[in-house]
Design a binder for this molecule. Structure first.
Ligand SMILES: C[S@@+](CC[C@H](N)C(=O)[O-])C[C@H]1O[C@@H](n2cnc3c(N)ncnc32)[C@H](O)[C@@H]1O
Length: 234
């Protein structure tokens, strides 16, 4: 499957970048902060590790890695939206001066990195925007050292019936309205529910991770299944 949405997705993130953090906190009632914290607490890395955060956006995962794992590591954030990367750069400069952080403009499907250099690869709320998930996961696998760990955090749809109906109402009706009012962009916050509702089931996504070469693939549902954290080992 070709990544046909690519230019649309990049333009969309460039357009919403200035309001991205505010809307994340608002629309998830700050659960996004807790989910990233959880993801980073699950990754196991050696001392002086090299970590890639793909689809790093405005840099929240990078900052969480520094908070939890210390400043002795090298963290590389990569994203294909220059608007998001510029905001990441600003935030990192004001919040994490002592750390070794590098930002790289790049597409997850054409990673500009040598093989087997990362102790861990993380991607938060990015994989659902990539149509060709298998190729992206294979690229992460290629970039990881042996025994390196992949962590994927993604928005998912709750399965329990009552909560699911409530959530779908919020997600389809309320969220696009707030998103439009705060960001001034209509399409982005209509695309968001579609991209989440079309995301594969936990089992199916775990199978794609296995097909990409990962082992020990596990997943954990967070906040009633609104988000899911997947991990796997090379
Ligand atoms: C929802 S944001 C998540 C940002 C950040 N990881 C976070 O936790 O807030 C998705 C990000 O994925 C990036 N993205 C989407 N598809 C990509 C691709 N093929 N290659 C690189 N970045 C991509 C977008 O530019 C955007 O910054």
């Amino acid at each position: 499957m070709k990544n046909i949405e690519l230019p649309f997705v990049r333009d969309m993130f460039n357009a919403i970048a200035p309001r991205y953090d505010l809307l994340n906190r608002l629309l998830s009632l700050r659960q996004d902060v807790y989910w990233r914290r959880k993801m980073i607490s699950r990754i196991k890395i050696p001392e002086q590790a090299t970590i890639l955060d793909m689809a790093c956006g405005t840099g929240d995962v990078i900052l969480e890695i520094i908070r939890q794992k210390g400043t002795g590591n090298t963290v590389i954030g990569s994203d294909f939206s220059s608007g998001m990367l510029q905001l990441a750069d600003k935030k990192i400069k004001s919040e994490a001066s002592a750390s070794q952080i590098f930002l790289v403009a790049g597409n997850a499907l054409q990673m500009p990195f040598k093989p087997e250099i990362f102790d861990s690869v993380t991607i938060a709320f990015g994989i659902r925007n990539i149509n060709d998930k298998l190729s992206a996961l294979k690229a992460f696998h290629y970039g990881l050292k042996k025994d390196g760990m992949l962590a994927v955090l993604e928005l998912t749809t709750p399965q329990k019936r009552f909560f699911r109906s409530l959530y779908l109402f919020y997600f389809r009706k309320i969220l696009p309205m707030i998103g439009r009012l705060v960001s001034g962009k209509i399409k982005a916050y209509q695309y968001l529910p579609d991209s989440v509702l079309n995301f594969p089931s936990s089992r199916d996504f775990a199978d794609i991770m296995l097909s990409a070469g990962f082992s020990n693939v596990k997943w954990q549902k967070l906040t009633f299944g609104i988000a899911t954290l997947y991990t796997g080992k090379k």
